[in-house]
Design a protein around this ligand. Structure first.
Ligand code: NAP
Length: 676
């Protein structure tokens, strides 16, 4: 492999760092493969370029346009993924490890793209929660909204997942409409740079949307403001240093921290050696120790088992570890590659030495390992190391020291309360797993340990096959954890975009605020229909456009006919005495579904036209019963519209059903698909 000179991408240009560049070495054979540096880069200019060029361009795009851009980026990466796999071997990663990083990264972009189009409006303002009525007559209301921050998001990433770690942050940030400066971990920055280049080559994003630092972040933090955000992934030490930066403190720069954590896995008290859960636990601990050579922030560092099963579990884990072939990750049959660098190897050995002061190494030797493959003598290979302590309440280091490699410590618990207390002794983690087939034990775990852990995985015989495992953060679920884990939160579906947006409480009249958010709000002015809205195409419908129907009387014969026809003969509709005895009804009343059906009969304009399909109701409430002899009429108002495909979009209608006294009897949102 020829030597790669990494470049920075600053203000629309690829620029090499000045002066002496720092070498990067192959994790497999120790040869220098790249050099990197960012000396001479004008970081202030980078931040300004993002704010003045990238941000405004992104903010002009709607959520859906940004979501389509994410899909195009993911497609570009997938089309050139083999280039990335090739580079990734040098980081010590096996093909499976790289799959998590490369295709897992692209998958995260795809996931945010499709969820963004499904769950966000095709607009630039995001509503948060319902309207709050603030005045007696409803002319003064409140509505929370989110808008994009007008600064730059600085993403400082760890070395272990150079592609995924970059993309899982870019996805929510770009969807939120905020430009980013990416600073990867240096030891694997060649892989992050290659993936970044693919995105630039794809020309999908507007200028200034993304920039890249290949080396130190220099004085970038000195130039941040209240509109900027830092999303940091890495060690607690670096995180604390950056959080204490005077500009970060002075400007209240948003700081999302994803740090190291001492994640736990508990073998449930019900998971005896003859249960599937026991085997699943053993497999998972070994998997978490060896995938990516244990360099996963979520890896199981502490394995907790009932005291009487310590020997049996130790034997089973050791036997499985024996089968793990370690070596050059290109070789077939190799299950565990190298650590990312010699520095990393040194660091893990030092941490294992610390742990070995309080726990016993019962599997592996930190200084000796059998490696498959030629020319690996200078590689950063290490044996999996299983430690054991029989006194976990005294051996503090096992809860405090993270060896970021194939290292885990086995420890006993007395009872399940003790297991929970030990898990929480990590003082905050990203993920905990519990191997149990008992919902009561699982509930105890949630109540006892939920507050200390960002994600809880329950693995049993029912979900094992499909389970994504202890250590996999997913785009749709929150990733992050309290305390030691950094107190941050990433991803979690559309929750993730809100870290890069400002929530603002708007107050004003319903009509004015409806105009701001582009959605009809209750109490806002309505535009009486001049043509039936079912005759209007998607593009012609405007929020507030309303049709009011004539009234229809509901007779006792209607109620009886409906009961016969549907088979719903609930006493409130059929038995006057019994209905009267019910606290909610004056006597026999119409079925709620009858009201819905009659409402449709009143507002539907039947001939073929732009309305293609009824596809559901939301927020349905029956607020007042309707007795025989009363009549109903309906107002149907366009609430909002969302483009779905080129040919059609979703229309959300606000439906209100009134009685003859103009009292509301039912309300709901009706969804239809309408031709454009
Ligand atoms: P690290 O040494 O703390 O570095 C993290 C990032 O910070 C790197 O990009 C590093 O750049 C950068 N950095 C260091 N000093 C800086 C400074 N003064 N100003 C600006 N940036 C600075 O951590 P690491 O060794 O890369 O990663 C391993 C750790 O990350 C482990 O502890 C692991 O648990 C944790 N981690 C956590 C998560 C999570 O989601 N919670 C995920 C992955 C890893 P250089 O590389 O150039 O020094």
């Amino acid at each position: 492999m020829s030597m790669i000179r990494l470049q920075n991408y600053a203000a629309n240009k690829w620029i090499s760092g000045e002066g002496k560049l720092a070498p990067i070495f192959s994790a497999v054979n120790g040869q220098q493969i790249a050099e990197t540096g960012s000396d001479g880069i004008d970081f202030k200019k980078m931040a300004e370029h993002a704010r003045k060029v990238g941000g405004p361009a992104l903010r002009k795009m709607t959520f859906h346009e940004r979501a389509f851009a994410l899909k195009a980026l993911a497609t570009a990466i997938m089309a050139r993924k083999e280039e990335l796999y090739e580079l990734s071997y040098s980081s010590g990663a096996t093909r499976t490890d790289s799959w998590i990083d490369i295709e897992g990264g692209a998958g995260t972009l795809f996931s945010f793209s499709s969820k963004g189009r499904r769950e966000l409006p095709n607009k630039r303002i995001l509503m948060d929660g319902d309207l709050e009525v603030l005045g007696k007559t409803g002319t003064f209301v409140g509505q929370h909204v989110y808008t994009s921050l007008q600064g730059v998001a600085v993403h400082i990433n760890a070395f272990n997942f150079p592609v995924w770690g970059m993309l899982e942050k870019l996805a929510p940030t770009l969807l939120a409409g905020v430009p980013c400066i990416v600073k990867p971990g240096s030891s694997t920055a060649y892989l992050a740079e290659a993936a970044f280049r693919i995105m630039i080559d794809s020309k999908v994003l507007p200028e200034g949307a993304i920039q890249f630092i290949a080396g130190s972040a220099g004085d970038l933090l000195d130039h941040l403001t209240c509109q900027d955000a830092i999303s940091f992934t890495g060690s607690a030490r670096t995180s604390m240093k950056l959080q204490a930066h005077p500009v970060v403190a002075r400007e209240s720069v948003r700081f999302v921290a994803e740090r190291d954590s001492l994640n736990a896995s508990i073998l449930g008290p019900d998971a005896k050696p003859d249960t599937p859960e026991f085997d699943l636990f053993v497999k998972e601990v070994v998997k978490e120790m060896t995938v990516k050579a244990g360099q996963k922030c979520t890896a199981i560092r502490r394995a907790m088992v009932p005291a009487n099963l310590m020997d049996e579990v130790q034997k089973a884990i050791s036997a499985r570890l024996d089968k793990t072939v370690i070596g050059d990750p290109r070789l077939e049959g190799v299950r565990m590659g190298a650590l990312a660098s010699q520095d990393q190897l040194k660091d893990v050995r030092a941490k294992v030495a610390e742990l070995a002061q309080v726990a016993k190494i019962v599997y592996g030797d930190p200084n000796s390992v059998k490696v498959q493959g030629e020319n690996t003598a200078n590689g950063a290979f290490m044996s999996p190391i299983l430690l054991r302590t029989d006194d976990p309440w005294t051996a503090s280091a096992v809860h405090d020291v993270e060896a970021f490699g194939p290292v885990s410590t086995l420890m006993p618990y007395k009872d399940f309360d003790d297991a929970i207390a030990l898990a929480n002794r990590g003082m905050g983690s990203l993920a905990i797993s519990v191997f149990t087939h008992d919902a009561e034990i699982a509930q105890e775990a949630v109540l006892g340990a939920g507050a200390y852990h960002g994600r809880m995985v329950f693995i049993d015989r029912d979900c094992a096959k499909e389970s994504t495992g202890h250590g996999s953060p997913l785009p749709v679920l929150v990733h992050g954890g309290p305390g030691r884990a950094g107190g941050g939160e990433e991803m979690g579906g559309m929750r993730g975009i809100k870290h890069y947006m400002q929530r603002t409480a708007l107050q004003g009249s319903p009509t004015l605020l409806a105009g701001v958010v582009g959605t009809y709000l209750p109490g806002a002015a309505q535009t009486p229909a001049t043509r039936h809205p079912f005759r209007l195409k998607f593009g012609e419908l405007e929020p507030g456009y309303t049709v009011t129907t004539p009234a229809r009387e509901i007779t006792i014969a209607d109620i009886e006919h409906f009961a016969e026809f549907t088979g719903d003969k609930f006493y409130a509709h059929m038995d006057e005495e019994a209905a009267k005895a019910n606290p909610f009804f004056p006597g026999r009343v119409a079925h709620g579904y009858l009201l819905l059906s009659f409402a449709a009969g009143l507002f539907v304009d039947p001939a073929p036209g732009p309305v293609l399909a009824n596809y559901g109701l939301d927020n349905l409430r029956f607020v007042k019963p309707v007795a025989a002899g009363e009549s109903i009429h309906v107002t149907l108002t366009v609430k909002s519209k969302t483009t779905r495909k080129e040919e059609y979009g979703e229309v959300r209608w606000f439906v209100q059903v009134y009685n003859q006294a103009d009292e509301l009897v039912a309300t709901y949102d009706l969804l239809t698909m309408n031709a454009v």
